[in-house]
Design a protein around this ligand. Structure first.
Ligand code: GLN
Length: 488
């Protein structure tokens, strides 16, 4: 079935005219029809629109032949419901946006289109990307294709589940504190969080502006490299996007990591680390040694403060960013007798409980009298955390850790305990605070249970080439990425 294949396989066959974009797209649509009633990765999708884009791609290939300059021609890519796609709904899995339709394409979407991709479907997520399970979506929880009683991770849970269940070829997620890497790990996919500033965020609904990054979720590392190359680069409409040249990422996947220095952070051996996760990650480290890497222990001494620091900075920024959803400018409105009542009724009815909790926390840590004690201090600790990483990257090329402390948990298991949920992000959050890059690749399964486990590789700012090279060398020495969920 074509929907099970990688971008690189499919584009090779498209270039040789063995298959058509319409056939690829139809196989994804058939799969959605077959399984999405149970997986619920998509909030909405438009088959006629996808097929029209596929036919246009086939016509272009027939007219001009295969063109390397458009490396995603004919490939269906599904989008997290937080990025603007012209003339499509944009809800952030929240009720507050009502029937909002995007008037323009995000830069990431423009770039995907310019590369020939078929932009198809809106993927479920935690409301405004706040969460680790998709249980905070206002439109129902996405299920993990490996076990439908379990969560797919979050906040990009729909993006990971859709790729894992072969309901699309690749997807776009966003990562503020782990939301690409964690669901990718729990669903057995590859998820890449690029360096802060690598990809333009114009057209992305902001959660925490100093942390948010867009990135791909894919079936293998080569596809992640292909997607990153398409998505990266300076954009005059996002002043935080960086001007660094965009390397030919797929060309850096040499398979050779001889002499590469890999650091294992001592502080990541936390008490909640599941023994099966630890066993798989230890075995992955041995694989890297077998491939010629030099492994040593390193220290990131401020790791303990990362979760607390994140939940001050992220909530502070969220409380400011979400002020725009006031019932006047966008989406739903609940009328009131005066503007203040209209705001509070709209926000009261439109936001879910987790979003309200974050806005209240964020407003508190920014309020006069508490600002110095919380927000200002968190910013200082953030600098210490970043320095920990920069010091470590003077000694090693990459760091290796588990992506998550446990495999996917059951739906409802942590829903009543926000702190438990927050602590499940312990390995992914520091990367965003430090602004560095990270990737999760499949590194095993639990037994019994057969749930995917993810290996996280972290690299220095703009270190994506090295990161991808290590991830690819590891992946190619294993078969984990080839496994498919038992979903009929
Ligand atoms: N789970 C984290 C949170 O709830 C991270 C979310 C994200 O990366 N968008 O904030």
């Amino acid at each position: 079935m074509l929907n099970q294949h990688t971008i690189s396989d499919l584009t090779r066959r498209l270039a040789q005219r063995e298959i058509s974009a319409r056939e690829i797209t139809q196989s994804c649509l058939d799969r959605i029809q077959q399984v999405d009633g149970r997986v619920r990765a998509y909030l909405s999708h438009d088959p006629a629109d996808a097929l029209a884009q596929a036919d246009a791609a086939d016509q272009t290939i027939a007219r001009e032949g295969w063109n390397e300059a458009r490396p995603l021609m004919g490939i269906p890519v599904a989008i997290k419901d937080v990025l603007a796609v012209r003339n499509h709904p944009l809800n952030c899995a929240s009720k507050i946006l009502g029937n909002y339709i995007s008037p323009y394409d995000a830069t990431a979407i423009e770039k995907l289109r310019a590369a020939g991709a078929i932009i198809h479907g809106r993927l479920n997520m935690d409301e405004f990307a706040m969460g680790s399970s998709t249980e905070n979506s206002a439109f129902g929880t996405t299920r993990n294709p490996w076990d439908l009683a379990r969560i797919p991770g979050g906040s990009s849970g729909g993006s990971a589940a859709a790729v894992a269940a072969d309901e699309c070829i690749a997807s776009i997620g966003t990562d503020t504190g782990g939301s690409i890497r964690q669901p990718a790990a729990l669903c057995g996919c590859v998820g890449l969080k690029p360096t802060y500033g690598r990809i333009s965020r114009f057209g992305l609904v902001a959660f925490a502006s100093s942390l948010d990054q867009i990135g791909p979720i894919t079936k293998d590392v080569r596809d992640a490299a292909l997607m990153l190359k398409v998505l990266s680069g300076k954009d005059s409409r996002d002043s935080t996007s960086l001007p660094d040249p965009v390397p030919d990422y797929p060309a850096t996947l040499s398979g050779n990591i001889k002499g590469l220095k890999v650091g294992l952070p001592r502080e990541y051996l936390v008490p909640g680390l599941d023994s099966e996760v630890k066993k798989s990650v230890d075995a992955a480290v041995q694989k890297l040694v077998g491939l010629g890497a030099d492994v040593c222990e390193v220290s990131l001494p401020h790791t303990d403060y990362a979760v607390a620091t994140y939940y001050i900075i992220a909530t502070a920024e969220a409380s400011a960013n979400l002020a725009r959803f006031d019932g006047i400018r966008y989406g739903m409105r609940v009328d009131g007798n005066d503007p203040a009542e209209l705001y509070s009724r709209t926000r009261g009815a439109g936001f879910g409980p987790e979003v309200k909790r974050r806005i209240i926390l964020g407003t508190y840590v920014l309020s006069s009298g508490y600002y110095d004690a919380y927000y200002l201090r968190a910013q200082k600790v953030r600098t210490l955390i970043r320095n920990d990483f920069l010091n470590a990257f003077e000694k090693v090329d990459v760091l290796v850790t588990p992506t998550t402390p446990t495999a996917a948990f059951k739906v409802g298991e942590k829903a009543e305990n926000p702190l438990q949920m927050y602590l499940s992000d312990i390995f992914t959050i520091s990367c965003n605070l430090a602004g560095i890059c990270g990737i999760s690749v499949p590194c095993g399964f639990t037994s019994p249970g057969n749930l995917p486990i993810g290996l996280q590789i972290l690299g220095p700012p703009m270190g994506e080439s090295t990161l991808l090279r290590v991830a690819h060398a590891y992946e190619q020495s294993t078969d984990w990425h080839k496994a498919k969920p038992p979903l009929q």
